[in-house]
Design a protein around this ligand. Structure first.
Ligand SMILES: Cc1cc2nc3c(=O)[nH]c(=O)nc-3n(C[C@H](O)[C@H](O)[C@H](O)COP(=O)(O)OP(=O)(O)OC[C@H]3O[C@@H](n4cnc5c(N)ncnc54)[C@H](O)[C@@H]3O)c2cc1C
Length: 398
């Protein structure tokens, strides 16, 4: 595999701290995650507990836990660019083994100190996991259609509803649940913090999905689940704003990891195409093989610049709404490009590309969902179009 050095790494002007973080992440991915991929695939994503514990402690030793979170709760307080550099490295490995790195969703930064101590700190120590539940049977691309409700009770709030596709909902100890608080004849979207062990919570389905990942995406029902008066994040009615912040980060993360995936795919596929001979020459010498790889290299380099540019913009504290619109551009461009890249690489590997032991085969299945979750490609196009209208063409492009 190729080596990154400070001299040719981008963005230009990375300081020693950022280069050190990038190097740690790279060593962790190459030394810990990549060697586990085939075992993870054979075990349908579920590595043995002792291996999971080793991944967690190696991640902790490498300083990769809780990247963006406050050091008060065990995070690293990375800048967005530093976080990009790590996510890019994590994207180079398959099977989402990186999910075992202790971390938590970004909305916890808006939680009360009591909630953060109770849930965020143990999550960043790797003792528990959180999950984020917004989607419902009739509310996917259009989350305003959610029908999960909360009403006030003597002890706090009572929640009723059903959430679909709750990533890590099978192993999480705490669920961040979007529900409409019904009050004064109004419906106020609010994020509730729900202890998964509370009475009334039931996993009603745990379907299999295309990828072989560590955690499931179950359907979870909430029947008269009572939470305390302080068990919410961002205040009553604050759910939609927090959601935007969550989406911006998740979408940028998908772009960062997608760029890493293309890097790994091209690394392995170019090496194969140089070595493989058919019809009397190296297959890389056939333009039918090399041109699709060249197109993907151009996609990867362009997507990387776009994503880094948005990360730098966020670090400079620029307009959050503009960043939200631009994060959609990065997510759309990279997720579509990474999917094309995986498909091309499978083709270049020929029959070997259809084997589960092949990195391109695994990426082909794994990258497909990046065009669906955190908003489908069609929804990203809607957000970008609105950005063109509301923020203006120049701001969206520059
Ligand atoms: C593996 C996995 C994990 C997930 N994890 C989570 C999670 O942790 N938490 C969570 O809350 N959700 C999660 N999701 C849900 C995910 O965000 C939704 O699946 C996604 O937003 C799409 O919603 P939908 O599946 O209901 O599709 P729909 O909204 O029904 O869309 C179906 C099709 O219609 C298109 N479409 C819909 N509206 C429009 C429109 N206005 N214009 C053009 N086309 C449109 C869509 O692009 C899509 O092609 C997960 C999903 C998957 C597959």
């Amino acid at each position: 595999m190729s080596q990154t050095t400070a001299e040719h790494s981008r963005p230009a002007g990375l300081d020693e701290r950022a280069i050190g973080i990038q190097r740690s992440a790279r060593e962790f991915v190459e030394g810990v995650l990549i060697p586990l991929e085939e075992e993870a695939e054979r075990l349908h994503g579920r590595l043995p507990e002792e291996t999971v514990q080793r991944v967690k402690s190696e991640a902790s030793a490498a300083g990769l836990t809780g990247g963006l979170h406050s050091s008060k709760y065990g995070g690293q307080e990375w800048s967005t660019v530093e976080w990009f550099l790590v996510e890019e490295q994590l994207g180079r490995s398959t099977n989402a083994i990186s999910w075992h790195i202790p971390n938590a969703y970004n909305v916890w930064e808006h939680a009360s100190p009591e909630l953060a101590e109770r849930w965020l700190a143990p999550a960043l120590r790797g003792e528990i996991r959180d999950a984020y539940a917004v989607t419902e049977k009739d509310a996917g691309s259009d989350p305003s259609r959610i029908s999960t409700t909360a009403v006030r009770s003597e002890g706090g709030f009572v929640i009723n509803g059903e959430k679909w596709f709750v990533t890590s909902g099978d192993i999480a100890s705490v669920l961040i649940v979007m529900a409409n608080l019904i009050e004064d004849g109004e419906s106020k979207p609010t994020l509730f913090v729900v202890d998964k062990s509370l009475a009334g919570i039931e996993t009603v389905a745990d379907p299999a999905f295309t990828h072989s990942y560590p955690d499931g995406h179950p359907t979870i029902a909430f029947r008269n689940v009572e939470v305390g008066p302080g068990d919410l994040i961002g205040g009553i009615g604050g759910g939609d704003d927090l959601q935007r912040g969550w989406f911006s980060e998740e979408r940028l993360g998908i772009a960062a990891r997608g760029i890493g995936s293309m890097w790994r795919l091209l690394d392995e596929t170019v090496a194969w195409a140089i070595e493989r001979e058919q019809g009397g020459s190296r297959i890389l010498d056939y333009q039918g093989v090399s041109f699709p790889l060249a197109d993907s290299a151009a996609d990867a380099a362009a997507g990387r610049l776009l994503t880094i540019d948005i990360a730098e913009m966020i670090d400079k504290g620029s307009d959050a709404k503009l960043a939200h619109h631009k994060a959609s551009m990065a997510k759309l461009f990279v997720s579509e490009a990474a999917w094309r890249c995986a498909d091309r690489c499978v083709q270049v590997f020929g029959g070997r590309g259809y084997m589960r032991s092949n990195v391109a085969e695994r990426f082909l299945r794994e990258l497909r969902v990046d065009r669906i979750w955190e908003g489908t490609s069609e929804i990203q196009r809607l957000i970008i179009s609105r950005g063109l209208e509301r923020r203006g063409v120049e701001k969206m492009l520059h």
